[in-house]
Design a protein around this ligand. Sequence first.
Ligand code: PRP
Length: 210
Amino acid sequence: MRVHVADHPLITHKLTVLRDVNTPSPVFRALVEELMTLLAYEGTRNVRVTPVEIETPVAPTTGVRIAEPKPLVVPILRAGLGMLEGMVKLVPTAEVGFLGMARNEETLEPATYAERLPDDLSGRQCFVLDPMLATGGSLAAAMEYLFQRGADDVTAICILGTPEGLEAVEKAMHGREVTIVLGAVDERLNEHGFIVPGLGDAGDRLYGTV
Ligand code: PRP
């Protein structure tokens, strides 16, 4: 498993404002989108491309374009939805599929309550978006689901993670090559399954408590 923690002062600055309990929802939403755009740069480092011949006003040359089948972006509802706009701004031709998952507050086990993805993901490169990687249960289940459907390359882009969560995802992948790009890896997970220091519940801070 390849883990890349974005180490950039602009990301850390935006993350600090995001973590602040006094940051209101509209600012929080804008920051999640901005952070996503910055993380997408690293997250799409291995996006598949094919060579293409073009003519500049001066000479013919070879460039690249995003390969077919197009990358599939999968935000995990709810909180991952806040990252979608930032990602499709950078990769506007990507297709988008949805997975709805909610953690049981007592057992911390994820349950899938919605799914809207192409039936066959054979050979597809997928990018999972979820701001929080806490126990790692939701991300591991989402990645496993995509592999079961035929995806052959999965990258997750998260804003915050924990050492425990990363370890759990790695174990659950059973040696499959996946990539996780994060804005930061925090200190730990607390007894309620929250990231410490973290930023609280990203879904609630983006959209309010359900
Ligand atoms: C949060 C978060 C992740 C998950 C992380 O979602 O957005 O999906 O928990 O926890 P884990 O790593 O321990 O599985 P939540 O279940 O609160 O749903 P929400 O996005 O609708 O708020």
